[in-house]
Design a protein around this ligand. Structure first.
Ligand code: HAM
Length: 417
């Protein structure tokens, strides 16, 4: 037997119904905020991620699916989608016409991590990006959209962890302060964190080592190093979030595991996810587009881990989405009733009613049992006697009641019930 590749998984029904419903709500909420969908390739040039996500990050350092294709090019299965969106923005001159471009995506990403609960090698993200808007009002609008979406799924009590990582203007001094601070504690660090300290001390703030986490808790704070403009951006954002009633808390050592961020960074964690509790992350990236050779363009966005989101969905939303909906079982009682049943199924579907046609004609017992097994609650029985009378029998499988209904009124009857 050939099994699925380690760290990947099949999404099966009825679970796929839940995924579809989540994605439908995302599309709806994003469209209400004037976002359009973008679909970028799963495969990108390796350079794209090296130059944007950054060489010192875990993602680029050890998690990418990188290979040389038959033409000798180094390509990578995207580990995230922001870089691809920025590349497309530059490549297609999406800046033209001015104004902000608001884009969202839903799709698979790949990271070669150690699989565990909530962590896969192929996982899916729902993300959104705004390119060409530098004002803190855009940060607030993006977070507002995010919380609208989460509220529509029934989440309550979530709050966003917020920080500013400043810009090139002020980060140098902060990085040096961190380097000095962590160097004093290097003897308590493992090889991974010592490499991070060497390459980019900011990365040490993301440590997974509990002993080093305790050191991080006392480390200098970026907020104390912000240049005047970054500090003003941060303060203005807080005012706007307060006004919009978006719950946040300042997390002074949040830096996120990607190099492209400037100023605002944020994360939402959720209880119930276990060790991998980051439900989503995002932030501002005002240098990313110009780093890729595009015009100077501010940007901000987020990506939600869809696998994790589905894992902690409020039960009410999950149950509603997983239900088979209003699909009706249509049961021909005898083989000779099959042609009439097919015709009736076509008419019902044309009227917008979902029909699960039982092809076997094995009699009412088997037909009804099958319908119950498939989770349906209404069955329409069609036999010789009914055909002659121009009627069908409609059985409610939950209440065990039944009613004889003229075929001409069936669609109306089913929509009403
Ligand atoms: P990220 O924090 O690397 O950010 O990923 C965003 C989310 O993807 C995480 O919070 C998590 O829920 C999910 N995720 C990441 N890795 C895995 C995995 N191995 N298995 C399951 N879920 C995972 C980004 O990717 C940025 N592009 C976000 C962004 C958009 N920043 C600005 N715009």
């Amino acid at each position: 037997m050939i099994a699925s590749v380690k760290g990947t998984r099949d999404l099966l029904p009825p679970e796929t119904r839940v995924w579809n419903r989540v994605e439908a709500v995302a599309r709806e909420v994003f469209a209400l905020h004037a976002f359009d969908e973008i679909r970028t390739p799963v495969l990108e040039s390796t350079d794209l991620f090296v130059r944007t996500v950054g060489e010192s990050t875990d993602i680029v350092h050890k998690e990418m699916y990188t290979f040389t294709d038959r033409g000798g090019r180094s390509v990578t299965l995207r580990p995230e989608n922001t870089a691809g969106v920025a590349r497309a923005y530059v490549e297609h001159g999406l800046a033209q016409g001015g104004g902000a471009r608001k884009l969202y995506y839903i799709g698979p990403q790949f990271r070669y991590e150690r699989p565990q609960k909530g962590r896969y090698r192929e996982f899916r993200q729902i993300g959104a990006e705004v390119l060409g808007a530098a004002d803190p009002a855009t940060d607030a609008e993006v977070l507002g959209m995010l919380f609208d979406f989460l509220a529509r799924l029934g989440f309550t009590g979530l709050s966003v962890a917020l920080n500013s990582v400043g810009t090139d203007v002020c980060r140098g001094a902060y990085v040096e302060a961190l380097r000095a601070y962590f160097s004093n504690h290097a003897d308590r660090m493992g090889d991974d964190d010592r490499r991070r300290l060497e390459q980019n001390p900011l990365r040490v703030l993301d440590t997974k080592d509990p002993a080093v986490k305790a050191i991080v808790d006392e480390a200098p704070r970026m907020l104390d190093f912000l240049d005047a403009e970054s500090a003003a951006h941060h303060e203005e954002l807080l005012v706007l979030l307060d006004a919009a009633g978006i719950p946040y808390r300042i997390e002074p050592r949040l830096v996120r595991g990607l190099d492209y961020y400037t100023r605002t960074v944020f994360e939402v964690t959720a209880g119930g996810l276990g060790a991998q509790d980051a439900l989503l992350g995002g932030g501002r990236y005002d240098r990313l587009v110009s780093d890729l050779g595009g015009p100077k363009t501010a940007g901000i966005g987020f990506a939600i881990g869809e696998d994790r989101l589905v894992d902690v969905l409020p039960p009410a939303f999950r149950d509603e989405a997983a239900r088979a909906g209003s699909t009706v079982a249509l049961v021909p009682l005898d083989r000779s009733d099959r042609a009439a049943a097919m015709e009736l199924a076509r008419a019902l579907r044309a009227a917008g009613i979902a029909v699960d046609l039982d092809p076997a004609g094995k009699g009412p017992g088997a037909g009804l049992k099958g319908a119950e097994r498939r989770g349906l609650s209404v069955a329409v029985l069609l036999g010789g006697r009914e055909r002659e009378a121009g009627t069908v029998v409609v059985k409610n499988l939950a209440s065990r009641t039944q009613e004889t209904v003229p075929v001409g009124r069936l669609a109306e009857f089913l929509k009403g019930s």
